[in-house]
Design a binder for this molecule. Structure first.
Ligand SMILES: [Zn+2]
Ligand SMILES: [Zn+2]
Length: 199
């Protein structure tokens, strides 16, 4: 704020109640579309995702730079975020990634040869919060792209055909399917007893 050449000093005030009118004009220029502040979705007429389409790229870039200036002029805002998560077995997730050599079961991509690190995710087909189990039959190993796409489009997984069905009618069949097929006879004798689920 000091760098804006204002007539009063507002530093130290979390929520300045009164701003000198001539200062307000200066500040307002830097607050186009509220991009410099955490936007209030209720009050925002134009969603931020439509800024460039509504106002053009030049004004949008200006708003983005103004945001940067405002953020640079104030201390970072820290907030405590607490989250409740369903318990999941990280060893199972890691074991599945290892089995598929960190390749996406949909597209087969492995990030390791390019970036030197595994980017494989595990995704629960039937969400844990909706009653899905943390078992391999409910988990698919995916690349970050597919993981995001599956969540964003809320795509449906067809367990019979092993196909992801997207709302735009695109269908993608898993290319790697081993753990969704039945365990071979050679493995069965060593498996724990078949669980009996109460229905
Ligand atoms: Zn993928
Ligand atoms: Zn997921």
């Amino acid at each position: 704020m000091e760098l804006l050449n204002l007539s009063a000093t507002y530093s130290g005030q979390q929520n300045p109640r009164y701003i000198v009118p001539e200062d307000e004009k200066i500040i307002l220029r830097y607050l186009q579309w509220n991009l410099g502040e955490v936007p209030d979705p209720e009050k925002q007429v134009i969603p931020s995702s439509q800024l460039a389409q509504t106002f053009g790229t030049e004004r949008t870039l200006k708003a983005i730079y103004n945001h940067d200036r405002i953020v640079t002029l104030r201390p970072p805002v820290k907030r405590l975020v607490t989250e409740q998560r369903y318990e999941r077995n990280q060893s199972l997730a890691d074991g599945l990634k290892s089995y598929y050599e960190h390749c996406c079961q949909v597209c087969g991509q492995d990030f390791r040869p390019v970036y030197g690190v595994s980017m494989a995710d595990t995704h629960h087909i039937h969400y844990l919060r909706d009653g899905g189990l943390d078992i391999s039959g409910n988990i698919v190993v995916v690349c970050p792209n597919h993981h995001q796409v599956i969540h964003t489009t809320n795509s449906h997984f067809n367990r019979q055909t092993l196909i992801y069905e997207y709302p735009n009618d695109l269908h993608e069949r898993l290319t790697l399917i081993d753990h969704f097929t039945n365990a071979p006879e050679s493995l069965r004798q060593e498996l724990a007893p078949e669980p009996k689920y109460e229905s």
